[in-house]
Design a protein around this ligand. Structure first.
Ligand code: SAH
Ligand code: SF4
Length: 362
């Protein structure tokens, strides 16, 4: 079988070249061709010796997941469903804004963590994505947008907020992050790459040592009672421990704050007393809040908070001195909004079946 070079960051590609008796600087050249140049064909790598190109053709390949379908939203958001084999598909979303372009990347096929409000969580879980499948989303998006990263940077920010829990696929996500940050890869700044986690504390501690990028935490509740109910992982890593982990992360973080994502679920977590409780909870963690109006999906069992509730909640936090943004819903006409990414998951956990039984859905 041929080796897919998209699975390597610079150190591992250098090691691979040593294995095939090639000089270390060749790894840098090939990295630049693949990522900055968007090239997937060795024949086009014109500054490599012909003998090396022939050797690579024989032993190696550059393969990204192929497109199944592309959708474009009226607001400019684009969503790609990519084929990751055996009937599975993952989703990648590009969100253009005036001052930046953000790519939202998936890390797993489905997700094993079963958050109650999340469509991906309901889909069940199949497997972790490989490095090539993770970085391949960035490679592919540049291609689909008609951009060569070395000439033009249309994708300025990456958020690991697509399908899956990135820290549950730790090694592959870390390698992909290294490629994003590497000057021979995509050369993105650590401040412009964000990992979002539902709160896997040991992996947060490892991430800060290995590649401290910007961190967003899916907080979504102001106390353990509510959080236990909507995010099962909270039973393992409760809020007090999560706040302490956030403080530890900030020692190494590229930004001096954590972003707390807070989904607004009608009557569940959106009352003024929740906002006040939240202020107490985060008092020792420099942070910003990003309120996310719940995006519905079929049989979700939750409703979006009404605008008035969201406004009051926001004002209470702002009056306490916090920076608060309310996430604009983008791409909801193509189901590309947060929590709506479902891809095509061949569920190995039988969760879809379980949910259908619980909810009486046929
Ligand atoms: N697994 C990671 C990253 C992917 S989810 C995490 O949970 O952080 C990206 C964000 O969308 C998370 O904050 C998640 O809680 C939120 N989200 C999930 N379902 C949602 C929904 N139905 N409406 C709005 N946001 C949702
Ligand atoms: Fe997984 Fe994140 Fe969805 Fe929870 S919110 S099920 S961790 S993708």
């Amino acid at each position: 079988m041929k080796t897919n070079l998209l699975n390597f960051d610079l150190p591992s590609l250098t090691a691979y070249f040593a294995e095939i008796s090639e000089k270390p600087f060749r790894a840098k050249q090939v990295m630049r061709w693949m990522h900055l140049g968007g090239v997937d064909n060795f024949a086009q790598m014109t500054d490599l010796a012909k003998s090396l190109r022939t050797k690579l053709l024989d032993k190696a390949e550059i393969v990204v997941p192929e497109l199944i379908v592309e959708q474009k939203s009226h607001d400019g958001t684009r969503k790609w469903l990519l084929n990751v084999g055996t009937g599975n598909g993952i989703e990648t979303v590009f969100i253009p804004e005036d001052s930046r372009g953000t790519l939202c990347i998936s890390s797993q096929i489905g997700c094993a963590l079963e958050c109650m409000f999340c469509s991906t969580g309901r889909q069940g879980f199949n497997r972790n994505l490989s490095v090539a499948e993770i970085i391949g989303q960035l490679w592919w998006a540049n291609k689909a947008l008609g951009v060569t990263p070395k000439d033009e940077r249309v994708i300025s920010n990456v958020v690991m907020m697509g399908m899956g829990e990135p820290l549950a696929n730790f090694d592959n996500v870390v390698t992909a992050l290294r490629i994003m940050l590497d000057d021979h890869g995509y050369g993105l700044s650590r401040r412009r790459v964000t990992v979002s986690t539902s709160g896997m504390i040991p992996q947060m501690d490892r991430l800060k040592e290995e590649v401290p990028v910007a961190l967003a935490i899916s907080l979504h509740a102001s106390n353990d009672q509510v959080r236990d109910r909507i995010i099962p992982l909270n039973k393992k890593y409760p809020l007090k421990d999560l706040m302490a982990a956030c403080q530890r992360y900030l020692v190494k973080a590229p930004r001096d704050f954590i972003t707390f994502e807070y989904i607004m679920l009608k009557d569940v977590n959106d009352k003024p007393e929740h906002a006040r409780e939240l202020i107490q909870l985060v008092k020792d963690v420099p942070c910003k809040f990003n309120l996310i109006p719940f995006n519905p999906f079929p049989h979700a069992g939750f409703e979006r908070s009404d605008n008035n509730r969201i406004r009051v909640f926001r004002e209470i936090l702002q009056e306490a001195g916090f920076v608060v943004t309310v996430r604009k819903t983008r791409g909801d006409d193509i189901d590309a909004a947060c929590g709506q990414l479902a891809g095509k998951v061949k569920d190995k956990t039988r969760r879809q079946q379980k949910w259908q039984l619980v909810q009486g859905v046929s």
